[in-house]
Write a protein that binds this ligand. Structure first.
Ligand code: KG4
Ligand code: ZN
Length: 378
């Protein structure tokens, strides 16, 4: 049995997990820092790094205990080392190096964004079946069908909105990405505009269920006709003006006409539903374009073989409307659809350990000089 301990500290979740070579998740422990960042409505890097330092050791201890293993049972230590907040990444990477060195185990550095695309292949005993939505009460995980390649991959998170053509495992070609706010960031900022607090995505998702998405027409920013890039800042500003009115006056004297407290609950729910529908429409439009453009060219190289699957990952893949629409899109285009189980959408270490199995199998391990990297275009 090959057991990998994964560590994840790239942003504001301190996480550790143990995953075996069948990608069955033996434990998945996540300590969130929401309470520390809520009053700032966003992640404060220095606070995040200090919290990782405090939480990582108990989180690792808990992950080993829940998996029922000791450090001696492990085959490798994996860690997300890029991209992310440098101060946060350093904590996880230093801990992973110390563990790998002291236990004489291979160290595997994992790209966080690529790991999000592995999340849909993970299975844990408590996970729901993404197809039926039923909770698996059996201690044996429901096996996820193997991903058929080539595939279309989409990472939608707080830091990324990235679209990939995936030729084979670990062979990613980036087709497009955000030119301003990531989609999760836009959800979080929209939640601030609506007075919902942080983290915004799940709160908008919940409120939108009671709202009418048609009441407020918000733009679907799709950029020029053939672009596979994303832009969400215009949608966010459109929501700001719809909720608070156009600012009156200029410069320091500019003032909004109203704020979210001037709207009743139903109106706020209608804004949330309108925003969510616009964001999701934008994403599905880009998926449609990616399939179409890569069939017909338009400056994008055509698929060597038609795509067979669609893989979704990242925190926003927990969004109920997005999951529904992506599944419908895949069904319509006869693509196998791989959605991560809810436990593996937002940042977690199971996806790091799961992705590391593919790297370890290829002999792709790292030395103790493994760097942390703030940004990647991969
Ligand atoms: O993947 P993730 O945990 O962190 C990054 O790698 O950035 O994604 C976090 C993002 C946040 O912006 C959060 O608001 C968003 O995922 N999110 C959601 C939902 N759950 C989390 N956005 C929309 N709907 C949700 N249900
Ligand atoms: Zn992430």
């Amino acid at each position: 049995m090959t057991l990998i301990l994964g560590l994840e500290t790239s942003c504001d979740e301190t996480a550790a997990a143990v995953v075996d070579e069948r990608l069955a998740v033996r434990s998945n422990v996540v300590a969130t820092q929401f309470d520390l960042h809520e009053r700032y409505a966003g992640v404060v890097p220095e606070i995040a790094s200090r919290a990782h330092l405090e939480k990582l050791t108990p989180v690792v201890t808990e992950a080993l205990a829940q998996a029922g293993v000791t450090p001696r049972d492990l085959s490798a230590i994996a860690v997300g080392h890029r991209p992310g907040l440098v101060g946060s990444l350093i904590v996880g990477v230093a801990a992973a190096k110390a563990l790998a060195w002291s236990l004489d185990l291979p160290l595997v550095g994992v790209d966080h964004v690529e790991a999000h695309l592995s999340a849909a292949s993970l299975r844990g005993p408590g996970c729901e079946d993404p197809k039926s939505g039923a909770q698996n009460t059996n201690p044996i995980p429901i096996p996820e069908p193997r991903v058929l390649y080539p595939a279309l991959g989409l990472v939608v998170s707080g830091g990324h909105t990235s679209l990939y053509r995936i030729h084979a495992p670990r062979q990613l070609e980036r087709l497009g990405g955000t030119i301003d706010d990531a989609i999760g960031e836009a959800f979080d900022k929209a939640a601030v505009i609506l007075g919902l607090g942080y983290p915004g995505g799940p709160r908008i998702d919940a409120l939108a269920r009671r709202g009418d998405p048609q009441r407020f027409a918000l733009p679907r920013p799709t950029l020029d006709k053939h672009s596979l890039d994303f832009s969400f800042s215009g949608l966010k500003t459109a929501l700001l003006y719809a909720v608070r009115g156009h600012p009156v006056g200029r410069g320091k004297d500019a003032a909004f006409q109203r704020d979210h407290t001037d709207h009743d609950e139903q109106t706020l729910a209608d804004f949330a539903a309108g925003f969510q529908a616009a964001a999701v429409d934008t994403v599905t439009e880009k998926l449609r374009r990616a399939l179409h453009l890569t069939q017909e060219s338009h400056g994008v190289s055509p698929w060597a073989k038609p795509p067979r699957s669609l893989i979704l990952g990242g925190g926003v893949s927990a969004n109920s409307l997005l999951r529904k629409r992506v599944q419908e899109f895949a069904d319509h285009h006869q693509l196998a659809c791989h959605l991560p189980a809810m436990d593996f959408c937002v940042d977690n270490a199971a996806m790091i350990a799961g992705h590391a199995h593919a790297l370890l199998a290829d002999g792709d391990t790292h030395g103790l000089d493994l760097p942390v990297v703030a940004t990647t275009r991969a």
